[in-house]
Design a binder for this molecule. Structure first.
Ligand code: MN
Length: 260
């Protein structure tokens, strides 16, 4: 949520974008990718919460009794065991999570720092769970977040002439230590910057080029060979608030009665 809103506001607010087009293109296109990461994590959270309470239609059977022992019980009260824009302790995302200073160097430094901090947190989340769904999601995001770290580092290098290569990786643990991330990097996912528009963001390649600072592989921008994606999981409804026994035939019957 922080990365999406940071890059979205920075791109909306980008003044002088025609003079600094590659930097605008980079920030705007990464913002679009962050939106997809929120979708990814929302499905992950829904999958992880499926089956954590007793699925039942009878409210007197206390189907949510297990949720009273959950650390974030309010999550179970306020949602149907699904994703909300809050952190693991229930603190909501808000405008203070957005940094948009109006100075490109400062914004890029912030974004670099933000991605490095997010990478540290992902690694610790991975170390908290052996669940394959959670690990798959974190592994994927370690790879793509790693791309964003490199992208903002490259942007700072192009803008200022600094050499950030000796700093990698931050934190020190390499993505290859995480099997789910390693598998994706073996397929080259850490080398690709996706261009999220067929017509826009054409100058990203002026920043995303050359060698990957960790393994020296060749970086490239993907236009048409985007990730294929997949159908979202079709999850059964959680019945706590749903009227017992509503079936498609009943809905059709009601519609017929009302509308003929
Ligand atoms: Mn990112």
């Amino acid at each position: 949520m922080s990365t999406l809103m940071n890059y979205t506001f920075q791109s909306f607010n980008f003044r002088g974008r025609n003079k600094l087009r590659p930097f605008y293109d980079l920030i705007a296109s990464i913002a679009a990718e962050e939106y997809s990461h929120i979708e990814t994590l929302s499905y992950t959270i829904n999958l992880l919460l499926t089956g954590t309470t007793t699925r039942g239609k009878d409210p007197t059977a206390t189907p949510l009794a297990d949720a009273t022992d959950a650390r974030n019980t309010y999550h179970f009260i306020a949602s149907g065991q699904s994703a909300l824009p809050v952190d693991s302790m229930g603190a909501p995302r808000h405008g203070q999570n957005v940094f948009s200073s109006g100075n490109l160097k400062l914004d890029l430094l912030h974004n670099f720092f933000l991605e490095c901090g997010a990478r540290a947190n992902k690694m610790r989340v991975y170390e908290m769970t052996s669940d394959p769904c959670a690990r798959a999601a974190v592994g994927y995001l370690l790879v793509r977040g790693g791309v964003h770290i490199v992208a903002y580092a490259k942007a700072l290098e192009v803008l200022t002439g600094v050499n950030l290569k000796p700093m990698f990786p931050i934190p020190d643990l390499d993505n290859s230590k995480f099997p789910e991330a390693k598998k994706l990097e073996n397929e080259g996912l850490h080398r690709i910057m996706f261009r999220w528009s067929p017509k826009d963001f054409t100058e990203i390649g002026q920043i995303w080029k050359g060698e990957h600072p960790i393994d020296g592989s060749e970086l490239f921008v993907a236009d048409e060979d985007m990730l294929e994606g997949f159908d979202p999981p079709d999850l059964d409804e959680e019945l706590q608030l749903n009227a017992p026994g509503i079936e498609p035939e009943m809905l059709a019957e009601i519609a017929k009665r009302l509308f003929g």
